[in-house]
Design a protein around this ligand. Sequence first.
Ligand code: NAD
Length: 304
Amino acid sequence: MLTLDLTGKRALVAGVADDGGFGFAIAKALIEAGATVCVATWPPALNIFLNLLERGKMDESRKLKDGTLLNFEKIYPLDAVFDTLEDAPQELRESKRYKDVGDFSIAGLAARVQADFGAQPLDILVHSLANGPEVKKPLMETSRAGYLAAVSASAYSLVSMVRHFGPLMRRGGSVASLTYMASERAIPGYGGGMSSAKAALESDTRVLAFEAGRKYGIRINTVSAGPYASRAASAIGIIDNMVKYCQTNTPLPEVLEAVEVGHATAFLCSPLASGITGATVYVDKGYHSMGMAVDGATVPTFGA
Ligand SMILES: NC(=O)c1ccc[n+]([C@@H]2O[C@H](COP(=O)([O-])OP(=O)(O)OC[C@H]3O[C@@H](n4cnc5c(N)ncnc54)[C@H](O)[C@@H]3O)[C@@H](O)[C@H]2O)c1
């Protein structure tokens, strides 16, 4: 039988702070496939996340197919807009949510993972994080600072993570990130430079796949997910409309579930996908293939 078997593999999933987003679903899928999973969490969300876990508030989502509860091997702090601790402003480093967590930079995370598990402990790295402080503003109204912040947190963070974690990854390893088709089509409402950040992320995926493929023998892909009402997506303000629109107009007229993104990402990170790198893989119920909406008043509905 062909199986998706990640037994003996270790993954780091960056961008998990609750059980309602793609990061959690991916971590769960990797664990179901036999991997051990560490997660990295944004410091402002870290305590709440640890609290929810401790108080059993996520036990339902933690339930695995065999009835046991999933456990993360480690939960690290990570603020992916900082490559080194020195890059973080003093004021932030001394602020309530950051001051006691240790080195929360990308380099700091890589050093911690190495200290905990040795020189080359990773097979899978997942980048499931994004932030655009002006996401609600149209691109034309977005400030330079807001635009650059979106690209820094949501795209450059992948470049930096591949630079810092490439040397920690075993040959045959795999990196995956999450993107959105606003990178290639205009999606009104997905503003603040987030569309630009996703375009950069997809382009960088191709270039990093070449560079890291040659240097470390690892693969790099990005999953273009359909709209899903996670915490981050709710900040966009129109996510419910986006979900409804897609549900109505996709070839498979159903709401996308996080588990579907989890499974596809686990596949991409598995040896079964050893020939796939530099790719943008759509997990969106087929929405990307459509050229016309079917729910408009001017368009007849075809079996919808
Ligand atoms: N939800 C959607 O509709 C959708 C669609 C396509 C792609 N995506 C992408 O999926 C990925 C995961 O998002 P999600 O929708 O599952 O939401 P989510 O809220 O579960 O994940 C986003 C995570 O990013 C973290 N984060 C924000 N700024 C950070 C920083 N500076 N350093 C470290 N972590 C930081 C947040 O704490 C959060 O845990 C993102 O890249 C997002 O753009 C989402």
